[in-house]
Design a protein around this ligand. Sequence first.
Ligand code: TRP
Length: 367
Amino acid sequence: MRPAGASGGPGGAQAGPSPSEAAVPGGSQYGTTRTGNRQAGPRVFSGIQPSGDLHIGNYLGAIRGWAEEQDRFDAIYCIVDLHALTVEQDPARFREQTLETARNLMAAGLDPERCTLFVQSHVVEHVALSWLLQCTTSFGELRRMTQFKDKSAGRDSVSVGLFTYPVLQAADILLYGAEKVPIGDDQRQHLELTRDVAMRFNHRYGETFIVPEAVTPKVAARVMDLQNPTAKMSKSAQSPLGTVLMLDPPDAITRKVRRAVTDSIGQVAYDPERQPGVATLLEILAATTNADPKALAGEFSGYGELKNAVAEALVEELRPVRERSRELGRDPGEVLRALRDGAARATELASMTLARARHAMGLLDAG
Ligand code: TRP
């Protein structure tokens, strides 16, 4: 019962539903996560590692956009704990970080009533599909991944998981028939691989997966480090001053912004090549105020003035997030309940896709 190769969505990769699948609520072979009073739009899927305390790079570059998309799309967001295990984690700390990440995502506006929020390892189908896709991916393809090359360089021991990481990511996306995948620039290559693997699988075994497309936010797709503005903002940066955390109190935000590295040119212009520090500040301001960094540059006569504006905008933007995080911290049960419901919804969808992929590859049904 191989699904017919009728073409559907914009990628032309959507299979026609078989009679049993057509009975799924929502009518699509990929089902629907929505039971509310709203029509679901196209499906989006994205993932984030459970690093616990998120920074404004995560927030402005990803999460805020995710929150905005909840009502326009059928949105599924995943805390990718299995991806994080590709490097060694301290077990007790790791568990906490996962919960903390969930809490902070909810604080930043992801509403479990309006999107599906879950933890990757709670849905075992990710690992199962990942194996099927590993057998559809070549060693050479994975060896070319720049993230693998960067992360493995100079280490004497690298886990196999770090190597197969992009295949698990492909499984994440393909399990849900996601049409759009909001990602930062550094994940484009992984999305290309996902598309290649999906197309190859469809070609070999019959139309099974929707071929997804990457979407990147216009501004602040990557927020740079305030101390080292040619590097992406990251929790593991050399100086903590370069990274503004989403839950930093106002005085810490202000201090970090005031001490941001600029240059000796002395003119506020948006020129990421010549003035990376100033450009970073303008990009942050642009992202928080939904403006254009070039247009904003003309509004400031000096760096001090620009920094004050950036600090003020960030403090205001993050104030409600901090408050909500504090509230949720008082009731961890609420976060756990949301994750449990999210995993149940995700499992329904994922198990249908896994069954189709198993069948397409010729694995014997368990009966
Ligand atoms: N690899 C992504 C990152 O490090 C996280 C991720 C895992 C992801 N699975 C995904 C992103 C699926 C988008 C879709 O940022």
